[in-house]
Structures are given as structure tokens and as C-alpha cells.
Ligand binder design. Sequence first.
Ligand code: PEP
Ligand code: CO
Length: 449
Amino acid sequence: MTRNPGRTDWHPASWQSMSAAQQPSYPDRAALDRVVSELSRLPPIVTSWEVDALKDEIAKAQRGEAFLLQGGDCAENFDECTSENIVAKLKILLQMSLVILYGLKKPVVRVGRMAGQYAKPRSADTETRDGRSLPSFRGDLVNRSPFTVEDRTPDPALILRGYERAALTLNFVRSLIDGGFADLHHPEYWDLDWVGHSPMADEYHSIVRSISESLDFLETVSGAPVHKTRRADIYAAHEGLHLLYEQAQTRYLGRREHWYNLTTHFPWIGMRTAAIDGAHVEYFRGIENPMGIKIGAGMTREWIQDLIRVLNPNNEPGRLTLIHRFGAKSIDEHLPALIQAVRETGSPVLWVCDPMHGNTESTADGTKTRRFDNIVAELEAAFRVHKAMGSHLGGVHLELTGENVTECTGGARGLTDGDLARAYKSTVDPRLNYEQAMEIAMRIAGLHK
Ligand code: PEP
Ligand code: CO
């Protein structure tokens, strides 16, 4: 099916005739072709049923009947594909979603930046150290971070390793959920061992007690388990950046008469690859998945309207999520005009705030960080601006971890620049730690004291 009659026919590789930003340059083309054809034959990571179910959930969020919580690492890496890490990520997402559900009194759609978030856009193709230039590190799907020729040369085999890691991750998540881990009656399963007596943990536990009591009460009076609230589903999302990876797992499902990207439920187009005549938009227009578009300063009225026309020509509910990331200082200036521009298209969209990527800064010693106050300020501005414009903020997109890291400053513990060195693990963008993430959840829920 052609999504835009003004364009030539779409197929999973039609993007290849267009300009593709942020793609690695593989010296061994033959090896790359072998990998792509192998990946095309391997089974998908997700199914079209799940993808369609998520689209329905997003349509609900567009109508204000649900709230989207999307979170995870800036970039996953292969070494951190461990049971501890996956469980910790699941726990923090589940805990946050419970708080938001309790506060907003509406279902929360949980989406992890996980099971495939392995490729990163970079500001330059090469990195120079001591007069020597090598390809930039583009994430574990592409190359390796040590500064040597061998490590930095894009290696096609890593595409398969990424596919496998993504499948292992989602397989474990599904088993945990099917086995009862995400049962809302047992939130004690989600406690993170190291948290101890954090003030956030205490606050969280008092919320859990009241939820458990009301669930028990509901079940007692209705005489049946409250099935709908019993199990929490988790969907997977990643930036659809590496187009050969996405293409290889794009399948035509005859029964549905549509193409699906089955590497993930929810791919998004990054800020650097949203050119209207670029390869990424070409690829995305032909797939059936619900999708995100990151928008920041520089996005114009015409550009966003063109993107919506190309990516959602039939104004289908659930299809488009606009993830804005302007920074606390510029959201008030830029967001209102875009809300107006989107309204004029007639397309339903889900508005989501990413309060992370517009608020990245460097400390005096060059460490990348984000200040908690700026993150909160952008989020609060997002709620306020949407409300004033007669629109509504239906979700949040965060970089976070269940681990006890010190990457963003501020929050209840008042982390300072001097604390960053203590437990700074991210090799890319700084993430919220447990307390900071829970504090954000409390604020969204309107429960923050
Ligand atoms: C990201 O989400 O990690 C990212 C690179 O974001 P953006 O495209 O919004 O800069
Ligand atoms: Co990031």
C-alpha cells in the first residue's frame, strides 16, 4: 500500500534510493549483505498482534484515557544484557507506572527503551584524538567503543548480535510477566534491593499499601479477580536509526495486508533523521507500527505538517506520537505554534514530553549531565502549555535506570557536580537514578509534597 500517492511505491528497501543520515559505512559490503539476508530469514522479535494492541493503547492515550510512560537507557549495551539489569529496568518502570496510575486514575501504557536501543546518532562521522581520526562510536549494533581501528570499523556481525540480545531481553521480560512478576497484587516483587530506606521508597510503599487494599476490596465485592488491572504489559521501543536492521525484519502480513517492522513495537524517528525527503521518513511511512517523532527547536510549522501528511495520510488514531524535547528554557517559545500547526492537519497525535534531551549540559570538567530542576521545569511547562492551548500532555519519555547511578544532578538527595564521578556509568546520555525517576513519577501523579 502506498501511504502517499505523491511518492513512488513503497517497499522495505525503497529508502535506499534516498539520502540516509547517520548510517555507518561498512567496508565489507559482501559481509553486510550476508548479514542482512540472514536477518531477513530469522523469526521476528515481536508480533503484529502486539503492535496493533499498542496502537490501540496509544489511541486511548490520544483521547486522554491513558498515559504513556516511556523510559530506559539512552543506549543499551551488550555487556549489560544481564538478568539483574533487565529486572531492575522492569522494576523501576512498574513502580513508576503504579504511582502514575494511582495519581492520574487512568491506565498507564508502559514502553521500555529496550530490546533494540543499540544504535546512536552522532554529531560527527569521525572522532579525532591526538591527531588521529577514526569512525565515531555509533552504538553496539555498529562498532565498539575503544579507540582502535579494529574496534571502530563498523562490523556487520554486530547487527546479528544486536538482534539476538534484543530477542533475549524481550524473551526474559515476557517470561517474567507471564510468570506473574508484573501482577499488580504483588508489587513487593518489584522492590529494588539496594533502595533501602530512601524517602522515595517510603513514599512509594505507602501508595502501594493503599492500592493493594483497594484491589482487594474490589475483588471482594465483585467476587472475581480484577483481570484488567491484574497484569501489566510492557512494550519495546527503540530509535529506528539503522535502516538495514529495521528493513531486514520488516514483514508483509498477508492477512492484514500491511508491512510491519517486527524488531520492536514502537520505533521512533530521532531529531537528526526527520528530514522530510530523507530515507528514514521514507522507511517509516510504509510500516504499520505506531511510531514516535522527536521534535525540538528547529522544527517548523511546515515541516511538522509535512511529516504528518506523509506519515499519517489517513489521520489514523494511535499512529503518531510526537515527543517534544525543547529544553526548559525554550519550550514556552516553541511548543504553542507547533500545537497549533498540528491541530490544523486534523491528525490525532499523542503529545509526549522528553524533558531530557533539551537539557543536556557539561560540567566544568566536561562531564555530560542534566539538572533535575531543569527536567522538572520542562515537564511542568509541558503540562501547562498543553492545557493553555486546549491540548493535553499524554505521556513522558525519560532516560532512566533502576541502578544507583549519579549521572543527573539535583533531586531529593541534592546531587552536585562533585557527586557525578561516584557512579557515572552511562557511555552516552546521563540517566535519572531510582530516586530521581520516582520523584518525577510522583510529580506527574500530582503526589509530590
Ligand atoms: C535519544 O533519544 O537518545 C536521542 C538521541 O534523542 P534526540 O533524537 O531527541 O536527540
Ligand atoms: Co539520549
